[in-house]
Ligand binder design. Structure first.
Ligand SMILES: Cc1cc2nc3c(=O)[nH]c(=O)nc-3n(C[C@H](O)[C@H](O)[C@H](O)COP(=O)(O)OP(=O)(O)OC[C@H]3O[C@@H](n4cnc5c(N)ncnc54)[C@H](O)[C@@H]3O)c2cc1C
Length: 438
């Protein structure tokens, strides 16, 4: 797509009046009447910002459901690197090629446009997306932009300190160079205390910090490193697959993993390498600090966020329609959504498919119906002999809009058939990459 093509799409919008309806999980239909900024067009322009699990699923499925639509995925990265299975990459169980995939291939194979650009603003009145390389017009706009770190509790707004956390002790929960730094830390560790932290709230991938602790401990074991993983959890217990992880800490890694719950970190002195908690001081030799998460700054800048009771910034959307409040054609999808669904790749992927169907229905004049996303989550705990745990859950809303789990947030019995399950984990990832890129 060249600049002229880009600008071609930047046309102004037609104001329409329409009655939109949606149905919740229990099929109770509610209707709202309001002005629509959507343009009635033969070839609706659907733009998704973000080529992660949600954006890739949505772009591919949208083109399948609405073949005459102009579907564009805007992504600032030049290739995809998977967070799922990145814990395995940290300890050499998979190589980088396993995680890395081509956006160009995804777009070519599925007949949509991949625009390699950063989105910097939106003109909501005229339906124009402002990117680092030009303007893109849209009729339907989906933000599938993932999460951003919130270091405020540890830095109190000190941006220099925040940069130090990011570069020297990265969380490695957003794809990019952070993972490379963490891998070097693990591989070059000379022994002592290796600290990992778990944030509170609905952080990205509830299971990943615990899986990471196990795999690092396994790596220390296999490489005779006299090191211990200290896992400082802000929550009062492990939130997902708790039985499996507790058993692993106790039975597989008694001397390797020290798990502490309800930890309130008061301060972290990066120079002296001391963490001060409400209870004591903990010295560390190396660390990866995972802070709280929030909606990306772009969404905040666009005035499309709200604050949680805990003062966290989250996307301000309708939980049934995924539409931002006050907007009729701008949606959120994937980890950026505020609902209590697990922030996982599988959940984001299935939500991308669901939202695609809802937008297609709206284009066809049908009533969009909310469907539950699906969470499937594998955690590999040990190599040789392999141990792995997994869970499956769906969700529902109660009549007051409260979220319910329709599955099991604890694990299956983790001791049984570990070898088979680890293989299933790799197979799951491979099939998801095929779904998104082939
Ligand atoms: C270590 C680790 C292990 C995990 N393990 C699992 C697992 O085993 N199973 C599982 O299901 N999930 C797992 N997850 C979680 C999973 O990675 C996320 O839930 C998933 O990536 C969310 O998808 P998303 O599309 O919402 O966001 P993302 O994948 O973060 O994608 C967002 C995209 O938006 C782009 N973007 C953001 N802002 C802009 C902008 N302004 N302009 C252009 N582009 C922009 C970003 O570059 C990014 O590519 C794991 C995560 C981590 C970190």
């Amino acid at each position: 797509m060249n600049r002229r093509d880009l600008l071609k799409y930047g046309t102004s919008a037609l104001l329409l009046s329409t009655g939109i309806a949606y149905a919740s999980d229990d099929q109770k239909v509610k209707t709202t009447k309001h002005n629509s900024t959507k343009k009635k067009t033969k070839n609706p322009r659907i733009v998704v910002v973000g080529g992660g699990w949600a954006g890739l699923a949505l772009a591919k499925d949208m083109k399948y459901r609405v073949p005459n639509a102009d579907v564009t995925m805007v992504e600032r990265r030049d290739h995809f690197v998977s967070c799922p299975m990145s814990n395995e990459w940290l300890v050499d169980l998979v190589d980088l090629e396993f995680l890395t995939h081509s956006y160009l291939d995804a777009a070519k194979n599925n007949n949509y446009t991949y625009l390699h650009a950063e989105v910097i603003d939106v003109d909501k009145k005229y339906n124009i997306l402002k990117t680092s390389i030009g303007d893109v017009g849209y009729d339907y706009l989906v933000f599938a932009v993932g999460i951003e770190y919130d270091y405020e509790d540890w830095t109190q707004g000190d941006k220099v300190l925040e940069e130090k956390f990011k570069t020297q002790y990265p969380a490695a929960f957003i794809p990019g160079s952070e993972h490379i730094t963490l891998k070097e830390k693990i591989h070059n560790f000379k022994g002592g205390n290796f600290v990992l932290t778990v944030p509170s709230g609905n952080y990205r991938c509830l299971a990943a910090p615990y899986e990471r602790a196990c795999l690092i401990a396994d790596y220390f074991d296999k490489h005779n490193i006299e090191g211990k993983v200290i896992l400082l959890d802000a929550n009062n217990d492990i939130k997902i697959k708790a039985d499996g992880f507790h058993s692993a800490f106790k039975e597989l890694y008694k001397d390797r993993i020290e798990y502490q719950s309800s930890v309130e970190i008061e301060s972290i002195d990066l120079d002296k390498k001391i963490i001060t908690t409400g209870f004591d001081d903990i010295a560390f030799d190396d660390a990866s600090f995972y802070p709280n998460v929030k909606a990306p700054y772009l969404i905040e800048k666009l005035g499309m966020t709200r604050k949680t009771p805990y003062n966290r910034i989250e996307a301000d959307i309708n939980q049934y329609t995924y539409k931002f409040k006050g907007s009729d054609n701008i949606y959120a999808c994937g980890d950026v959504r505020p609902m209590g669904f697990s922030k996982s790749g599988n959940t984001a992927y299935s939500e991308g498919l669901n939202l695609s169907k809802m937008i297609a229905d709206e284009i066809a004049g049908k009533i969009p119906v909310w469907q539950s996303p699906v969470t499937t989550c594998f955690s590999i705990l040990r190599t040789k002999p392999e141990k792995c745990i997994s869970l499956y859950t769906e969700y529902a809303y109660d009549k007051n809009g409260g979220m319910l789990f329709k599955g099991n947030m604890t694990d299956e019995a983790w001791k049984t058939n570990g070898l088979g399950k680890a293989r299933v984990a790799y197979g799951w990832a491979e099939s998801m990459y095929r779904n998104m890129f082939d």
